[in-house]
Design a binder for this molecule. Structure first.
Ligand SMILES: NC(=O)c1ccc[n+]([C@@H]2O[C@H](COP(=O)([O-])OP(=O)(O)OC[C@H]3O[C@@H](n4cnc5c(N)ncnc54)[C@H](O)[C@@H]3O)[C@@H](O)[C@H]2O)c1
Ligand SMILES: [Zn+2]
Ligand SMILES: [Zn+2]
Length: 362
């Protein structure tokens, strides 16, 4: 079918909203009319050297929400008219998928980062008939319609504003899941989050939800530090302060849990240094730069890199919606809406720090 979508052809050029042609939903796939799609930093990684560039030209977007309009052959458990959030794709058959760890699926890179179907083929073309990546994270939701796999889709209740829910599919799930599921933060513990963007502020909200004693947010942008305080952080620290580690340690007395969302090697080192002995640091930032740590710096500490907050989307996203409805998880405070046609403005506002989580409305 023909639809409108934001296409990125060249890492140095703006997105262009164009008419594209999507293949019909195949076996195991769904056609979804997109209500809104969050912008996650990962959607912008084709701008930098790395694997996302190989997907070009492509439609990005992996935090879509919308209504199912058609189901492909063999799909069960979904019907046209169902409201869904689209998350990441996984095979459902490998050891990781069977162990409730689908973000570590053996096919994760193929299904999420190539823009192609899992058989390697393209599932969309541009107006000139040339192949286009339309399966970024199995969905490519910067569009009016997207074809996603049923494994991506999470059925949600119909009494919540559907266009706001897309970020639960990646950024919010990653931040909250890292704290709740990955680090397993408990009431009374001390937590520090480096980078207060979409992922980091979701982690802050989750840490507050656990009843952590101190929740410290570190960021370069004063507005993001202010928002962290509004969301319940007990302390904020300017990431540019040369004393950042000392300030975090003074606030926490040594953290049981630390998280880095910046991917900046010096910040990763500061996150590890902020830990108390026995503490764990979780990295989530997509960083091309290696980090050097001496064994001594890791003495009695744990360091890990987590994907999608270790969450099983079909279990975790409905829980987050429940917390939001109960007023305990105000993720909507991160959001600003933009028409899909203003995607380039949304990207600029992410870079200046003006907007934490844009949602593109087709
Ligand atoms: N592992 C996963 O599953 C997963 C999922 C989603 C996103 N990501 C990655 O997580 C990262 C964060 O994503 P996001 O959407 O929150 O991005 P974002 O750009 O909204 O947030 C990053 C924040 O880090 C801050 N920052 C940068 N340098 C800093 C420094 N030196 N000190 C303190 N703060 C600093 C920025 O000001 C910004 O607020 C990205 O790399 C993204 O690709 C990973
Ligand atoms: Zn798998
Ligand atoms: Zn993401």
């Amino acid at each position: 079918m023909k639809t409108r979508a934001a296409v990125l052809r060249d890492p140095a050029k703006p997105f262009s909203v164009e008419e594209i042609d999507l293949a019909d939903p195949g076996p195991g796939e769904l056609l979804v009319e997109i209500a809104g799609a969050g912008v996650c930093h990962t959607d912008l990684t084709a701008r930098e050297p790395g694997t996302a560039r190989n997907a070009l030209p492509a439609v990005f977007g992996h935090e879509g929400s919308g209504v199912i309009r058609e189901i492909g052959p063999g799909v069960t458990g979904f019907a046209p008219g169902d409201p869904v959030v689209l998350s990441y794709d996984s095979c459902g058959r490998c050891r990781q998928c069977l162990s409730a760890a689908p973000s570590y699926c053996v096919e994760a890179a193929l299904r999420n980062l190539t823009g192609r179907r899992s058989d390697g083929g393209h599932a969309g073309t541009d107006a000139a008939g040339l192949p286009l990546g339309t399966r970024w994270f199995g969905q490519s939701s910067f569009a009016e319609y997207a074809v996603a796999t049923a494994r991506n889709a999470v059925k949600v209740r119909d009494d919540v504003p559907l266009e706001l829910l897309g970020p639960l599919g990646c950024g919010v799930q990653t931040g909250a899941g890292t704290v709740l599921l990955g680090l397993g933060v408990k009431a009374g513990q001390n937590v520090v989050i480096f980078g207060a963007g979409g992922v980091g502020l979701s982690a802050v909200m989750a840490a507050v939800l656990t009843g952590a004693r101190t929740v410290v947010a570190v960021d370069l942008h004063p507005k993001r530090r202010e928002l962290a305080l509004e969301l319940g952080a007990t302390h904020v620290v300017d990431g540019a302060d040369p004393e950042v580690t000392a300030l975090v340690r003074a606030a926490t007395g040594g953290a049981e849990a630390a998280m880095d969302t910046t991917g900046v090697p010096a910040v990763v080192k500061a996150a590890v240094e902020s830990l108390a002995t026995g503490g764990t640091c979780a990295l989530v930032g997509a960083s091309p730069a290696p980090v050097t740590l001496s064994p001594h710096e890791l003495r009695g500490k744990k360091l890990t890199y987590l994907l999608e907050g270790n969450a099983v989307p079909q279990l975790f996203i409905p829980q987050l919606i429940g917390h939001w409805q109960a007023g305990r998880f105000p993720f909507d405070k991160l959001i600003r809406r933009y028409p899909l046609d203003e995607i380039n403005q949304a990207e600029r506002d992410c870079h200046t720090g003006e907007t934490v989580k844009p949602i593109l409305i087709p």
